[in-house]
Design a protein around this ligand. Structure first.
Ligand code: GLN
Ligand code: ZN
Length: 765
C-alpha cells in the first residue's frame, strides 16, 4: 500500500531474541567477555534487518521499528529519556555497560527491580523516579533504528512505550519524599516526548506508535485524566509524525473514550482478550476521524485465527472509523517465531498453530479480505477455515474418561477436615520440632546435572545410566541435608529442566516445541508447552524419585509438584473452552500424583503455585471468578489425602496484596512465601487477611549471591514470631535453590538451621 496516511495491516511488535536465540548468545557472550561490543551490535543489527525484511516480505502495509531491545523496552525508555538512577550513571561505564548495569546490577549498585509485564510471563525493569528526575531526550535509539531500516529501503513506524504507561509502571525512588508519585512528572516527561516527536518528524518519520497497555487495567479518574492531558499535548504538536496509540491486553474501558477524543490519528484496540470490546469500539462516535486498527489476531497465544470471526469483528468497525486496519491484539513478543520448524509436533496439531511468522500471514489475509473482499483471497481463506474446522472437529481430543471423572466429583471431594483437626493429626505423625526447617525443592543444578540430562535427551546415555546418575545426585543432596540438620528434606529436583515443562512432557494433552523460545526477561527465554487437548496422567511422574530419596533417610522427604494454575500460566493453553475447565483437568492429573505419592509413604506434599498472582485478571471485576476457579483447582488437586498428610504450597514473585484471600482459601497446611527482601512484611498482611495456617516466610533471598548470617536469619525469625504464633512458623529460603551454587547454598542453609535452633531455644527457655 502506498498511502502514507494509513497504517493498514501491521503488527504491534515482533520477537527479538532471534529464531535460534542469537541475541541471548550474543548478550551473554558480551557479559562474559567472549565477544566485544562491535560484535554484539553486529548481531543485533542482523536480527533487526532480518525482522524488517521478513515483515515486509509477508506483505504487511506498514512495519514497526524500535521493537528490538538488548534487554527490555521499559529500560530502553528510561535510558532514552535520561531517567536512570544516579547509582548507575556515576559508575563511569560506557553506554551499553551502564544499561546492563541497570538491568543486572553490579557491586554497590543493585539492579532495578524486575516485575511482570501485566498478566504475561515477560518481566520488565521498574524505573525509579523522584522529584529530581529531569527527563530529556538523552538517547537516539528510535531514530537510529528508523534510519537503519530506511537505509535498507524500509519505511518504519518507531514504537515507544507511551508516557502514561511509562509513569504508571515506574515506582518512586527510595529517597523520594512521601507522597511523591511518578505520575507527578507527567508534564516534564511529555515535554521530552514532544521534543522527540519533533526530531522524528524532521527525519521524515510518518508514524509513531505509543503503547499504553496500562489502560487495560482499572485506572483512577486522575490517571485517566493524565492520559487525556498527555495526548492533548502530544496531539497539539505542530510538526509531528502521525500518532498511533496502542491499548492492549484487554479492553480499554473509560480510556477508550479518552483516546477517541484525543487529537491522535489512529488507535489500536485488542479485540481478542475481551471479544465484546468490539461493541464498545463500534459505539464510540469520536473515532469517526481516526484510523482504528482492529487487533483480531491473538498476539499472546498460538492458535490459528478463526478468519471469519476476525473478519466480522474488523468489519463491524467500518462505519465507526475513518479507516479500519488489521493488526495483532498485542506485540508478538509473547509467541515463538515459526511453527514450520516444529517437525516434532504431530502434523495434525501443528496445522492448528500459528506462531509469529504465521500470524503475519493471518493479518495480511484478514486485511485483504476486509479491504478487497473475500473473493480476492478465496484459496487462503479456505485453507484457514479448514484448519480451524479440523481443530474444532477433533473429537478424539476429548477424553471421555477424564470428563466423566470430573463430572462425578462432588463438592465434598474437594474439602478437607478443618485445619485444626489436620494440624493435630500431622503433629502426631510427623513429630517435627517447633520452627521446622526445610527448603523449597530444588538444589543447585550443577553443570554435571545439566549435562547428564542433556545426554539422556539426546540418547547418548541410556535410561539405566541416567537413573544411576540422578540417584547419585539425590543421595548427595539427601546426605547434605541430613548433615546440615534440616528437618524436612527434599530430593532436590535434579531431573527437572523446568517446573512446568517437566510435567507437561509427561501429561497427555500437551505438546512440546523444539524451537519455541519466548523471552521471559533479558537473556532468559522459556519454551512454554502447548496444552491442546484434554489432560490426563498416564502414569506417575515423580513418585520414583521422591520414594528413592525417602528410602535413604528416616527424616520426612517432601514430595514436590507444580500446581494447576502455574501449569496453565506457563503454557500456551487451548482457547476452545473456559480456563476453569482446563484447570480442573490439570488438577485431576495432579490429584492422581498426590494420591500416588501418599500411597508410596510420602507424608508431606508441596504443590507450588508461584504464578497464582500472574494470572490474576487486570480488571478487578473479574477477580472473584478467577479466585473461584484457581482455588477450586488447587483444592481439587490436594484434597484427596488423609488428615495426617501435610499439604504445602509455595508462592513467590508477587505483590501478594491482591491474592491474600486466595492464599487463605486454597487451604494448604503450610504456605512458604517470598519475604526476605521485604523483611517479613507479608506476614502482617496475611494475619490481617485472617490467615491461620502454617507459614514459611523466606529468610534467605535466593536472588542474591549473599549468604545471610545467623544473626540476620535469627532476627528475621523473631520478626516473624511477632506476627505469627510459634507453632505455625516454618523456616525456609525464599524460593528454590537451582540457580545458586553450592558454595553459597551450603553456608546459607547452615546458618538457617543454626538460627532456627537458636530461636527455638529462646522460646523453650
Ligand atoms: N519447587 C520449585 C523449586 O524449588 C519452586 C520454584 C518456583 O517457585 N519458581 O525450584
Ligand atoms: Zn519460588
Amino acid at each position: 500500500m502506498t498511502d502514507p496516511d494509513r497504517i493498514g495491516t501491521t503488527v504491534l511488535g515482533y520477537p527479538r531474541i532471534g529464531p535460534d536465540r542469537e541475541l541471548k548468545r550474543a548478550v551473554e557472550g558480551y557479559w562474559a567477555g567472549r565477544i566485544d561490543e562491535a560484535e554484539l551490535h553486529q548481531t543485533a543489527r542482523t536480527l533487526r534487518t532480518d525482522t524488517w525484511r521478513e515483515l515486509r516480505a509477508a506483505g504487511l502495509d506498514t512495519v514497526p521499528s524500535n521493537t528490538f531491545s538488548y534487554y527490555d523496552q521499559v529500560l530502553d525508555t528510561a535510558v532514552l529519556f535520561g531517567a536512570l538512577p544516579e547509582r548507575f550513571t556515576r559508575l563511569g561505564l560506557s553506554g551499553i555497560d551502564t544499561y546492563f548495569a541497570a538491568a543486572r546490577g553490579v557491586q554497590d549498585a543493585p539492579a532495578l527491580e524486575m516485575t511482570k509485564w501485566f498478566d504475561t510471563n515477560y518481566h520488565y525493569l521498574v524505573p525509579e523516579l523522584g522529584p529530581g528526575t529531569a527527563f530529556t531526550v538523552a538517547g537516539s535509539k528510535p531514530l537510529d533504528e528508523y534510519r537503519e531500516a530506511r537505509a535498507l529501503g524500509i519505511e518504519t513506524r518507531p514504537v515507544l512505550v507511551g508516557p502514561a504507561t511509562f509513569l504508571l509502571l515506574s515506582k518512586a525512588a527510595d529517597d523520594a519524599p512521601a507522597g511523591f508519585r511518578p505520575l507527578d512528572l507527567l508534564d516534564s516527561l511529555v515535554a521530552a516526548y514532544v521534543e522527540l516527536l519533533g526530531t522524528l518528524h524532521d527525519e521524515g518519520v510518518r508514524w509513531v506508535q505509543l503503547d499504553e497497555p496500562a489502560f487495560a487495567a482499572d485506572r483512577t479518574p486522575a490517571e485517566l485524566d493524565a492520559l487525556a492531558r498527555a495526548y492533548q499535548v502530544l496531539g497539539a504538536v505542530g510538526k509531528r509524525p502521525k500518532l498511533l496509540v496502542a491499548g492492549y491486553f484487554g479492553e480499554l474501558g473509560d480510556a477508550l473514550g479518552v483516546l477517541a477524543r484525543a487529537p491522535i490519528d489512529a488507535l489500536a484496540v485488542d479485540l481478542v482478550t475481551h471479544p465484546s470490546t468490539v461493541d464498545a469500539v463500534a459505539r464510540e462516535g469520536a473515532l469517526r476521524d481516526k484510523e482504528v486498527l482492529a487487533g483480531v489476531v491473538d498476539g499472546r497465544n498460538i492458535w490459528r485465527v478463526d478468519a471469519d470471526t476476525a473478519l466480522a469483528r474488523a468489519a463491524t468497525l467500518l462505519g465507526t472509523a475513518a479507516q479500519v486496519g488489521v493488526t495483532t491484539s498485542c506485540s508478538l513478543l509473547h509467541v515463538p517465531y515459526d511453527v514450520d520448524r516444529e517437525a516434532g509436533i504431530d502434523a495434525r496439531v501443528r496445522g492448528w498453530l500459528a506462531f509469529a511468522r504465521q500470524k503475519l500471514d493471518e493479518v495480511v489475509l484478514i486485511g485483504r479480505a476486509l479491504a478487497q473482499g473475500t473473493d480476492t483471497v478465496e484459496t487462503e481463506l479456505a485453507r484457514a477455515r479448514a484448519a480451524v474446522a479440523d481443530r474444532a472437529g477433533a473429537h478424539d481430543l476429548r477424553d471421555t474418561r477424564v470428563r466423566a471423572r470430573l463430572d462425578a466429583l462432588r463438592p465434598e471431594h474437594t474439602r478437607r477436615a478443618p485445619y485444626a483437626e489436620r494440624a493435630a493429626a500431622q503433629r502426631a505423625t510427623l513429630k517435627l520440632p517447633d520452627l521446622p526447617s526445610t527448603t523449597i525443592g530444588s538444589f543447585p543444578q550443577t553443570g554435571q546435572v545439566r549435562k547428564v540430562r542433556a545426554a539422556f535427551r539426546a540418547g547418548r546415555i541410556d535410561e539405566a545410566n541416567y537413573r544411576a546418575s540422578m540417584h547419585a545426585e539425590i543421595e548427595k543432596v539427601v546426605r547434605l541435608q541430613e548433615e546440615l540438620g534440616l528437618d524436612v528434606l527434599v530430593h532436590g529436583e535434579p531431573e527437572r529442566n523446568d517446573m512446568v515443562q517437566y510435567f507437561a512432557e509427561q501429561l497427555d494433552g500437551f505438546a512440546a516445541t523444539e524451537h519455541g523460545w519466548v523471552q521471559s526477561y533479558g537473556s532468559r527465554c522459556v519454551r512454554p508447552p502447548i496444552l491442546y487437548g484434554d489432560v490426563s496422567r498416564p502414569k506417575p511422574m515423580t513418585v520414583d524419585w521422591v520414594s528413592y530419596a525417602q528410602s535413604l533417610t528416616a527424616r520426612p522427604v517432601k514430595g514436590m509438584l507444580t500446581g494447576p494454575v502455574t501449569i496453565l500460566a506457563w503454557s500456551f493453553v487451548r482457547d476452545d473452552q473456559p480456563l476453569a475447565d482446563t484447570a480442573r483437568q490439570v488438577a485431576l492429573a495432579i490429584r492422581d500424583e498426590v494420591h500416588d505419592l501418599e500411597s508410596a509413604g510420602i507424608r508431606i506434599i508441596q504443590v507450588d503455585e508461584p504464578a497464582l498472582r500472574e494470572l490474576l485478571p487486570l480488571r478487578a471485576r473479574e477477580h472473584q471468578d478467577y479466585f473461584a476457579w484457581a482455588v477450586d483447582s488447587f483444592r481439587l488437586a490436594t484434597s484427596g489425602v488423609s488428615n495426617s498428610t501435610q499439604i504445602h504450597t509455595h508462592m513467590c514473585y508477587s505483590e501478594f496484596g491482591d491474592i491474600l484471600p486466595a492464599i487463605e482459601a486454597i487451604d494448604a497446611d503450610v504456605t512458604s512465601i517470598e519475604a526476605a527482601r521485604s523483611r517479613m512484611e507479608v506476614l502482617g498482611d496475611l494475619g490481617d487477611a485472617g490467615f491461620s495456617r502454617g507459614v514459611g516466610p523466606g529468610v534467605y533471598d535466593i536472588h542474591s549471591p549473599r549468604v545471610p548470617s545467623v544473626d540476620e536469619v535469627s532476627s528475621l525469625l523473631r520478626t516473624a514470631l511477632d506476627a505469627v504464633p510459634l507453632e505455625r512458623v516454618w523456616v525456609n529460603p525464599d524460593c528454590g535453590l537451582k540457580t545458586r551454587g553450592y558454595p553459597e547454598v551450603e553456608p546459607a542453609l547452615r546458618n538457617i538451621v543454626t538460627a532456627a535452633k537458636r530461636v527455638r531455644a529462646e522460646h523453650s527457655a
